[in-house]
Design a protein around this ligand. Sequence first.
Ligand SMILES: [Zn+2]
Length: 144
Amino acid sequence: MQQTTLGCDWCAAGKNGLRPYAVSTLALTNGKRTAKTPTLDLCARHIRQLTKQFRPMKKVRGPYKITKQERTRRATKHDPMWKEREEKVLAALKGKEGGLKGPELTKAAKLTKHYIYKVTTRLLEAGKVKRVGANGERRGFVLA
Ligand SMILES: [Zn+2]
C-alpha cells in the first residue's frame, strides 16, 4: 500500500501496512541544513519520548541512601580484593620488628599509596597492625 503521508521512523507498520504518520521531522544540524543532515520523522508519541532524552536528569542530592543489603553486597563483592591486599601488607611487615614506613611499605607490599592507606586503616581497625614512630617522624606500621 502506498503511504502518502510521512510515516514515523520509529514505529513499526501497523496491520494495515501503514505506520502512524509523523507529526514532526527532526534534523540534527548545526544550522546549515544539507541533504546529508540526518533527520527523523516521528509520531507524536515518539516525539515525546525523544524530547525526554534532551532534558537533563534530575540531580540526586546526597547523602546517598545505601540499604543494609546493598552494603553487604558491596562488602562481599570487594572482600577478596581487600583480603589479598591486606595479606600483601601483612606479609611485607612480617619479621620487620621496627615496622615499615610509608614508602618502604608501599615498595615491600607492591601497592599504591592509596591502597596502603586504605588497607592499613582496615588493618588498624581490625587490630592486626599498630602504628610506630614518634610524633614528628613519618609514621610506620608494625604487626600488632
Ligand atoms: Zn512512532
